[in-house]
Write a protein that binds this ligand. Structure first.
Ligand code: T1G
Length: 711
């Protein structure tokens, strides 16, 4: 074997152990090691059966994703796992896969040609390849329906969500749950199999679960409809459905060939490159160059939240969902009761949708302790302030926290725009102050923008990054500029969306162009959802900082003056019916035409290409400025922020990755044109100009910066 795959014996049972930390990926050497172990078992008469198991925390978590780039760049030829899988399946001695942690992708595809599969109850099994913009490429779409049935196989391959070991047992994917030690249980199981003396079953020969055309047609139709909704704009889920369909129509070998064709098409697609960029990006953002891995991290055992409004309530739920007891403070009984009622309603909705049981709801509610005073704040390891977005009030709260909290407590603000250093200055311990910017609904949205103040201690940052993971969030560290990263960029995107309607585009045309681009929601409908008054208040507070003579959007302020704040007032850019569906409003179109005329704006027909270019490139240009000013560590950090906080399509990789896909020269040329036509607001970012002229990408910028930091 080799150092990645070990072969030992327990009497007549061979034990093949994959040892490739951290997740036993099928990196070069692992498939070869397993193949050599099977060879050795064949040649050893003492061995009657074998157990295949992973060392450390998991079974095989899939192919080595880092190798894909080498194939798509032509650096190396892609190999195939199929010969190894046939060797396992054709082995005359039973091979048992023993699963703990995650049997994902190629890992499950190695487990399925094994003659039997056993797992611990906590194990997870899945074909998550579509989350990387590809499909199973090692006969997973051919063996899974033969084991688990067509409906389960198409759901697992098209949506990519894992199933539990219990569900796997129920659908026939595994043969037994092992309570207690996995290896011991698997060896016992192997001995029982040997004792039975049966011929090891070959999964590829099983057809009884493949159904027939009539039975399968509605299954595939429903799967395509669901993929169309849940994976809108993505090609891999449809390819996965087609591959499973091929399993029901073609002999095994031909089905594998069809799968391989579809796999290659997906692997060489921009969507796959983007989704793999996001996969590694979500792990890269956790690495802060100047904060060593060994930095001591305070473990958060208890928390407190000031303010039980929409954000405060959601943040308290996020802590309770992670099992952390949390105090929730408000100014009056009436307000705290309202906040708790909203939390209760949200949990009850989740119970109704079957996300978790009534019991779990009660456990979580019990972790949220309402209070009207700061008395018990002395115990909290962290306090998150989520009061009204006004500097004076926030300073008052932080001064109070400085008085009541223990010295080691982290003092975090959920502000979405205000200066963290100014808030920190209201305390005697600015090194303990940090921004924790949650996104609404805070118990759902995955993004946590972590804002570093100039005095924030490295231990506080390290604890915040670790806490984000514990809360099930993706924590991204950003600098303390106005609007931080996400909101600073979205302001430019929103600005262009409004200018486009002033210049002639219809409100719903702007939104549908971005929706078709893949955004979860168009910018104007998003404004109505968030509440137009939020931005209005901030604009009024900062108007004095705006450079004179700069063009400002005209309509949103007027809508607010008319009391049209969006969904919450039943009207904003759109009118809303009882189901909160958008209804285009001729009154708004009339107002826009009137304001355009009053301001000498000549209106013209505007197509979706221009709408997308002006809004998305506004994001990219501002993102490049943020990078060169050092308020974001990497371009990929910006991508992860936009995908997890602003509904940017992951299959486009985020705004900076998307710009790389389009080509920075082309993006830069467009921005130069916009600068000429629309003035100063489109001043190209120097970094973008430099990278475009040097024929480079934001990905290359990150790499060079990474090398610089490592040096
Ligand atoms: N390849 C390479 N590196 C991987 C990897 C993989 N498959 N999985 C994880 N890593 C790295 C990751 O980047 C991180 O590195 C470290 O391991 C720990 O990961 C043929 C074609 C298994 C649930 O999609 O979902 O098989 O940042 O922080 O939170 O048909 O990793 O420390 O340097 O995520 O405990 C299909 C991907 C591949 C599973 C563990 N498999 N991995 O989560 O740790 S395609 C997947 C995960 C395939 C076949 C096809 C998770 C995990 P670093 P982590 P975790």
């Amino acid at each position: 074997m080799n150092e990645l795959v070990l072969l030992n014996k327990d009497g007549e049972i061979g034990i093949i152990t994959v040892n490739n930390p951290p997740v036993n990926a099928l990196s070069p050497g692992v498939p070869e090691g397993i193949g050599a172990a099977i060879e050795a078992i064949l040649g050893d008469d003492q061995i009657k059966a074998a157990v295949l198991i992973g060392s450390g925390r998991t079974f095989i978590a899939g192919a080595d994703i880092r190798e894909f780039g080498k194939v798509t760049s032509g650096e190396k030829r892609g190999g195939s796992l199929l010969p190894l899988l046939l060797a396992i399946e054709d082995c005359p001695k039973p091979v048992i896969a023993a699963i703990h942690g995650t049997a994902f992708g190629g890992g499950l595809e190695v487990a399925m040609p094994c003659h039997y599969r056993v797992a611990v109850p906590a194990a997870q099994l899945g074909q998550p390849e579509v989350k990387l913009g590809i499909i199973p490429g090692a006969a997973g779409t051919q063996r899974l329906p033969r084991l688990a049935g067509v409906a389960k196989a198409v759901e697992m391959c098209a949506l990519g969500e894992p199933i539990t070991a219990g569900e796997a047992l129920a659908c026939g994917l595994i043969d037994k749950l092992i309570e207690g030690d996995l290896l011991t249980g698997a060896i016992t199981f192997a001995r029982e199999i040997v004792a039975k003396g049966e011929r090891p079953p070959k999964i590829r020969e099983r057809d009884e679960q493949l159904g027939d055309e009539q039975a399968n047609a509605p299954i595939f139709a429903a799967a395509r409809a669901q993929a169309g909704k849940a994976k809108r704009g993505q090609t891999a889920p449809l390819a996965a459905i087609e591959a499973v369909e091929a399993a029901t129509e073609l002999p095994f070998e031909e089905g594998c060939r069809r799968e391989a064709e579809l796999f290659r098409e997906c692997l060489f697609s921009d969507q796959s490159k983007a989704l793999i960029h996001v996969f590694f990006g979500e792990r890269e953002v956790a690495k802060i160059p100047d904060i060593p891995k060994a930095t001591p991290v305070t473990e958060v055992r208890s928390a407190a939240v000031v303010g039980a409004g929409t954000m405060g309530g959601g943040i308290a739920m996020a802590y309770a969902n992670a099992g952390i007891p949390v105090l929730l403070k408000e100014v009056s009984q009436e307000v705290i009761d309202r906040g708790l009622a909203t939390i209760k309603k949200n949990y009850a909705n989740s119970v109704k949708k079957g996300r978790f049981s009534q019991e779990v709801m009660e456990e979580r509610m019990a972790l949220i302790r309402p209070t009207l005073s700061y008395d018990d704040f002395g115990e909290a390891d962290i306090v998150v302030e989520a009061v009204f977005e006004g500097m004076a009030l926030k300073k008052q709260v932080f001064a109070e926290l400085d008085r009541v909290c223990k010295p080691a407590a982290i003092l975090a603000s959920n502000t979405s725009t205000l200066n963290i250093d100014e808030i920190a200055a209201a305390t005697s311990r600015p090194q303990m102050v940090i921004g924790h910017h949650f996104f609404s609904p805070a118990n759902v949205m995955r993004l946590l923008e972590i804002v570093r103040g100039k005095a924030t201690a490295k231990e506080v940052i390290a604890a915040s990054m670790a806490l984000a993971k514990r809360l099930g969030k993706v924590g991204v560290l950003v600098g303390n500029c106005r609007g931080f990263v996400g909101n600073r960029m979205i302001a430019q995107y929103g600005r262009e969306a409004q200018f486009l309607v002033e210049e002639g585009a219809k409100v719903e045309a702007v939104d549908s162009a971005l929706y078709d681009f893949g955004m979860a929601m168009g910018p104007l409908a998003m404004g109505d959802l968030a509440g137009l008054d939020v931005g209005w208040r901030i604009r009024k507070e900062y108007r004095h900082l705006e450079p004179p003579g700069i063009r400002r959007p005209l309509v949103a302020d007027r809508l607010c003056e008319m009391g049209r704040y969006g969904q919450k007032t039943g009207a904003g850019w759109y009118r809303y019916d009882e189901q909160r569906r958008t209804i285009p409003d001729p009154e708004v179109e009339k107002l826009i035409a009137q304001l355009a005329e009053e301001n000498g704006i000549v209106r013209r027909p505007i197509g979706p290409e221009e709408i997308v270019a002006r809004t998305i490139y506004a994001l990219v240009n501002e993102g490049a400025k943020i990078l060169e000013e050092g308020f974001a560590l990497r371009a990929v950090d910006i991508d992860v922020i936009y995908i997890n906080g602003y509904g940017f399509p992951a299959w486009r990789g985020g705004p900076m990755c998307y710009a790389d896909t389009v080509g920075l020269k082309k993006v830069y040329d467009h921005i130069l044109q916009f600068h000429e036509r629309h003035g100063e607001l489109w001043q190209p970012a120097p970094l973008l100009k430099q990278l475009a002229e040097e024929g480079k990408t934001f990905a290359a910028f990150d790499q060079e910066k990474g090398k610089g930091a490592a040096a």
